[in-house]
Structure formats: structure tokens, C-alpha cells
Design a protein around this ligand. Structure first.
Ligand code: CA
Length: 537
């Protein structure tokens, strides 16, 4: 098998390079002994293709003392089987866990059959990882049903991750992470558990944060259940950041731009180290390519968009005051409220020219070009766009003077319209838009500037977070067809032929790890109709 030869050669070369670099190396099969079980962060799979997927783990016998492993490289064995008992091995090999990537392992498994389940695990000496289930994408032309779950906004301090456990129990084909997988910081006073450390700034901080999340058994269950497709939002780095502009950029301050460049690169590296994604996503100069498309045969194409890394800064930022800008306590910069999102008047003469500046972008030119090409490719019946921040507006204020939040797509009206124009130009069939971010469930019609409904947007609530109640402004937003703000949870979707169904699943109490769940509402999308129909009531 050419692929395993390539893999073997890669490991041999990497092993040789490690030896040349003078780094200590523990070979597979050696009698290695750690202070504790090294697979405490579990396993995961992602970036599926018709012939394979990525399988991931990270050696972390002491998850919060990673320096304990030093610079030693470890050879880790992995195997992929057709059966849960690992009797029929489909592929196996050896991969290196290297210190400069926090001893994470991203194996790009190839040579598998399309459209079927596999099971995988890792081994190092006498230690064996828990098993995970992965699957390959169906081949082009095939149209099997697709079940997938949507999750976003998991604040570890605000709640337990029962929603992830229930998601895993549903055995979906794929889980889509829509952003705010971690939170860089704590806030609020209703906490059920506490972060070990303060706000994440350095690479060590972000690694620590991911480790805190990934030792959680409910999150591990969701990762082991099926491949994840992952995009991100702001909290993987910093609240409301935009490209290289931090929430605090306008404060200036000593090297704030330079400090944020370094901070973002650290956060992105930690994201790569802890996500089941391909190495080709790593970019020079501290970038990571998050956007991409995945075809479920010819039934559905899933587009993951990155609405953070390339966007223009939020319009109409408030002027910082000296009081908010010159305090530095330890490493934590107390620059409050200078940049980031806020409510502004759509018709405010001071703000409007900025909002409507045609040079402002949400996706960036390269991603827009990529999306344009992806939308012209082989046709899939359903075209599902997933991203980190809401597309349908939520107007506040009054009908005469509507306000919008500057962090969402509605405050990037030219870029927003450009995306809708692209869908229309390509006659994209059955587009459905999907996000999280808002800590509440929404189903909204997505209308163009002329008021035509072109598609709809599903917003899934938080996995665990304080809720957002927008019921007081629904009269200003007749395009919002459903809003439920009292529950955290997830959304379970099923695409089958000309139908797509979405069940909004709420958990009763995020403060109770054993909490119950319930389906709050169900919607059905029909081929050719951009407006979904509620089917449970
Ligand atoms: Ca967010």
C-alpha cells in the first residue's frame, strides 16, 4: 500500500531528523513508563475524505504540566479497523509526537473505502488510548442520508457539557463545531467550575485551556463518536477580535498590536494542536486555514467558513477613554470596551458611511474566491454553510432607528450582500445557513436588500453558557420565525433526499451534569423552498 509506505517513510525521515536534532526519542515498543496514563485527553477524528480522515490524540500524562515530557519525541502506534473489536485491521502505522506541537499526533489515514464506519486507537508501550469511531465520506454520486449535530459556545465555567454527551449518544455521522469551542477567559458569577488559570494569553495558557476542556468526559464522548468539522469564532483567541485587531486595539498602549499578533499566533497553534485537522492547514506567519468544503456524496456539501481571521475591524468603534486604557495588572490588560462589538444605529449619519464602506470584508478576498469556486463545483442537492457569527439580523432600537450589533454579518452589509449575490449567481440549490454564537436558538429567514427570502439560518444555542433573551425585539424582526432562549443544547439535523429536518435539543439545567434533555422544536426544509416549516407543533 503506497500510502503506508509514504507514512513509514515520513516517520523514518522525521525520526532521523529528530535524531539529527539531538532530541531524545522513545521508539515504539520501548518500555516507556509515564507518571500517569498518557491518553487523558481522549481521541478524535476529523477532516474526512472518501478515502480516509485524520485521527488525533495528544500525549498528556500530566495535562497541566506538559513540560514534564520535555523535548522527548515519542513514536506512537495507531491502527484503524473495520470493526469495533479491532479484528479486521484496515490500516496501521506509526507516528511521532513532538514537543514543539505539544506532543499532539495528527495521522492522515488514507486508502480506506468510501462511505463506511471505522474504529481507531493509539498505543505507546503498555498504554492504549480509548477507541474512537470515524467514518469516510460517501463517494460522489452516492446520496445516503446524513445526520449531523451542531454545537457552539461551550463555557466550561458556566456549565457542564451534558449537551455533548447527548450529542454523542445520538450517534450522528458528523459533528460541526461552529465556534467558541473554548473560552479564553472567565466571566460572570454563576460558575459551576473554575478555570485553572486566568485569561489565556501565551501558548502555554491556551494549551492549558484546551487540556482543561479535553479531559472533560462528555466532550471526549462527542469527539470519540464521529468525525468533527470545525470552524471557530472569537473566543478561541479573544472576545470580538477581528483579524489582527484585538478588542483592545484602539487603546494603543505599549506594543498592543505586536502583542496581539503574538497572542493570536499562540492561540492558532494551540487550536491546531488540539483539533483533528490536516497539517496542510498550518500556514506560515502564524496563520491556520480553517475554511473548507466536505461532500457527503452528492447529497450535501458542507462549507465551513472562517468569519474571524480575515475580517475588517468592527465599524464605528467607541473611542477609548484614558481610564479604560492605561491599566496593566500583571499580564492581564484591563482595557475594557474600547474595540469589539457594540450596538450602533444603521441610519446614524456618523456610522453609516463606515458600515457601508464597500472595502469592508467578512471573509477576505481569498476565502471569497475559494467559496465562489466551491459553489461552482459538482452539484450537491443541499448546500450547508457553517460559520461563527450570525448572518440574519437581530434589529434592536425602534423601527425608525434600528440598531445592529457590529460584530455580526448585519454590520458588514456589503460583504453580506456579496455572499447572497454569489448564491444567486450560482443558482445554489437549497442553501441553508448555520451558526451559533448567540446562546439561544433561532430560525430566521435570510432576506436580500429587496426583502426577498433567499434562504434561512439555523442558530444553535450554547452547549453551556448564560442565555440571551431577544424576545423583547421580535416585533422588530418579522424574519425571525423561532426564538428559544431558555435552554442551552445543540441541534440535530438529518438530510434525506429532498428533505432536511432540524431538531433543536435543549438541556434542562447546565448546572446539573446529569440534566435531562428534550426536543424543543423541529423544523423541516423542503427541496426548493427557502422557508422551513415547523413540524412539531
Ligand atoms: Ca462568539
Amino acid at each position: 500500500m503506497a500510502t503506508s509506505i509514504t507514512r513509514r517513510r515520513f516517520v523514518q525521515q522525521a525520526t532521523a531528523a529528530t535524531a539529527l536534532a539531538g532530541l531524545p526519542l522513545v521508539r515504539a515498543g520501548a518500555q516507556v513508563r509515564f507518571s500517569s496514563y498518557p491518553f487523558k485527553l481522549g481521541v478524535s477524528s476529523g477532516d474526512p475524505a472518501p478515502d480516509g480522515f485524520v485521527i488525533w490524540t495528544r500525549l498528556a500524562p500530566e495535562p497541566f504540566e506538559p513540560e514534564q515530557l520535555g523535548t522527548t519525541a515519542y513514536e506512537v502506534d495507531w491502527e484503524v479497523a473495520e470493526d469495533a473489536g479491532f479484528q479486521r485491521i484496515a490500516s496501521a502505522g506509526r507516528s511521532l509526537a513532538l514537543a514543539h506541537l505539544a506532543h499532539s499526533i495528527h495521522v492522515e489515514v488514507t486508502g480506506l473505502q468510501p462511505g463506511r464506519d471505522y474504529h481507531y486507537r493509539f498505543r505507546l508501550g503498555r498504554y492504549e488510548s480509548p477507541p474512537g469511531r470515524a467514518l469516510t465520506l460517501p463517494a460522489a454520486g452516492e446520496t445516503p442520508a446524513l445526520r449531523f449535530a451542531l454545537g457552539s459556545c461551550a463555557h466550561y465555567e458556566h456549565g457542564f457539557f451534558a449537551a455533548y454527551r447527548y450529542m454523542a449518544a445520538d450517534r450522528p455521522d458528523l459533528i460541526l463545531g461552529l465556534g467558541d469551542y473554548i473560552y479564553e477567559d472567565g466571566y460572570g458569577n454563576r460558575r459551576v467550575r473554575l478555570f485553572h488559570r486566568r485569561e489565556a494569553i501565551t501558548l502555554a495558557d491556551y494549551r492549558n485551556r484546551y487540556a482543561e476542556y479535553q479531559v472533560d468526559p462528555d466532550l471526549q464522548a462527542a469527539h470519540a463518536a464521529c468525525p468533527w468539522l470545525v470552524t471557530w469564532d472569537d473566543h478561541e483567541v479573544d472576545n470580538d477580535y477581528a483579524a489582527l485587531t484585538s478588542e483592545h486595539e484602539l487603546c494603543g498602549g505599549p506594543s498592543s498590536r505586536e502583542a496581539f499578533v503574538e497572542r493570536r499566533a499562540a492561540a492558532y497553534q494551540a487550536w491546531y494542536e488540539h483539533m483533528p485537522v490536516r497539517q496542510s492547514r498550518l500556514r506560515a506567519a502564524g496563520g491556520v486555514t480553517v475554511y473548507g468544503a466536505f461532500d457527503w456524496g452528492s447529497a450535501a456539501r458542507l462549507y465551513l467558513l472562517d468569519t474571524r481571521q480575515y475580517r475588517s475591524a468592527q465599524a464605528c468603534a467607541r473611542e477609548p477613554t484614558p481610564a479604560t486604557c492605561d491599566t496593566e495588572a500583571g499580564r492581564k490588560l484591563l482595557f475594557v470596551g474600547a474595540g469589539g462589538g457594540r450596538l450602533v444605529g444603521l441610519t446614524d449619519p456618523a456610522c453609516r458611511p463606515q458600515l457601508e464602506d464597500p472595502s469592508r470584508t467578512m471573509l477576505g478576498a481569498a476565502q471569497e474566491d475559494w467559496l465562489d469556486t466551491a459553489l461552482t463545483g459538482e452539484r450537491c442537492r443541499w448546500n450547508l454553510l457553517a460559520y461563527g457569527t450570525p448572518f440574519a439580523p437581530i434589529y434592536e432600537g425602534t423601527p425608525e432607528a434600528p440598531l445592529v450589533f457590529t460584530d455580526g454579518w448585519s454590520a458588514y452589509p456589503v460583504a453580506r450582500q456579496r455572499l447572497l449575490d454569489t448564491l444567486v449567481r450560482h443558482r445554489t440549490t437549497n442553501p441553508v445557513m448555520m451558526t451559533g454564537d448567540l446562546h439561544a436558538f433561532f430560525v430566521s429567514e435570510v432576506r436580500d436588500q429587496r426583502g426577498r427570502t433567499l434562504t434561512s439560518e439555523l442558530v444553535t444555542s450554547s452547549i453551556a453558557n448564560s442565555n440571551t433573551n431577544k424576545s423583547g425585539v421580535l416585533h422588530l424582526n418579522p424574519h425571525i420565525r423561532y426564538h428559544e432562549w431558555e435552554h442551552s443544547g445543540y441541534t440535530l439535523c438529518e438530510v434525506e433526499g429532498g428533505r432536511m429536518r432540524a431538531d433543536m435539543v435543549g438541556v434542562d439545567d447546565i448546572r446539573d451534569p446529569r440534566t435531562a434533555r428534550q426536543v424543543l422544536a423541529s423544523f423541516e426544509f423542503e427541496d426548493g423552498n427557502p422557508i422551513p416549516r415547523r413540524i412539531d407543533a
